[in-house]
Ligand binder design. Structure first.
Ligand code: C5P
Length: 214
């Protein structure tokens, strides 16, 4: 009998509104997060997902908290983190948000338009302050120097494991079925997975997270 763990998973992009009809976002589909949710459920664990706007069917037996902005995702993760055993941050959180969101639609009057942005908080850095015995898994979507950048993020954000994920091509990355990944661990080890289906790597990620949690 396995001991059921509580997985908290973030998924999808965030959306940072400029005005009621325009926003900054990215190409994340949320597939990876929801596949990890399915894999954790299939292995008998409890799952809660905090998701940005996605176009996916939610798995049964999963509590889904819908958010739009990075600030809302930050709040939802901070509120739910203390009760979880494993946090998996697959969400592609927007780094910046407009300093001001216009209440009304902005009309084109001038030839140029300057949009001022400010930094969003880093959710993984914030949860570290609340950490008790949680296992923390993050993702690094990179177009170049994938492993070096991912290892730097793992150390800076003090994760237990990071999924270094090559994006930017058509074959694998955001919004497609495949991923090209290497798992990097806090103890310096790594495990190259190569190109595989997101469904398959989801199972590997869940198993590795359970092993780390002990
Ligand atoms: O955006 P970056 O490449 O730094 O993302 C690495 C990891 O940090 C991902 O797991 C992502 O979900 C997380 N992240 C976060 N808060 C942010 C930006 C990213 O927790 N504001």
């Amino acid at each position: 009998m396995i001991k059921p763990l509580k997985f908290l998973i973030s998924a999808g992009p965030t959306r940072e509104h400029i005005d009621p009809v325009r926003f900054i976002t990215n190409a994340s589909s949320g597939k990876m997060g929801f596949m990890i949710a399915e894999a954790a459920l299939a292995a008998g664990h409890q799952v809660k997902v905090v998701t940005g706007p996605v176009n996916l069917e939610y798995p049964e037996k999963t509590e889904v908290i819908e958010v739009t902005t990075a600030m809302e995702m930050h709040l939802a993760i901070m509120q739910n983190f203390p009760a979880c055993d494993v946090l998996v941050m697959t969400a592609a959180v927007c780094d910046f948000r407009p300093i001001k969101t216009s209440i009304n639609k902005i009309h084109k009057s001038d030839a140029t338009f300057i949009l001022r942005l400010e930094r969003n908080p880093d959710i993984l850095l914030s949860v570290r302050r609340l950490e008790k015995n949680q296992t923390i898994v993050g993702f690094a979507a990179e177009t170049n120097d994938v492993i070096v950048s991912a290892r730097r993020k793992l150390e800076k954000k003090r994760m237990d494991m990071i999924v270094a994920n090559e994006v930017g091509g058509k074959e694998y990355g955001f919004a497609v079925e495949h991923i090209k990944a290497t798992l990097l661990f806090k103890n310096g080890a790594d495990r190259e997975i190569g190109r595989c289906r997101k469904k398959d790597i989801a199972e590997v990620i869940v198993n590795e997270a359970i092993k780390i949690h002990g």
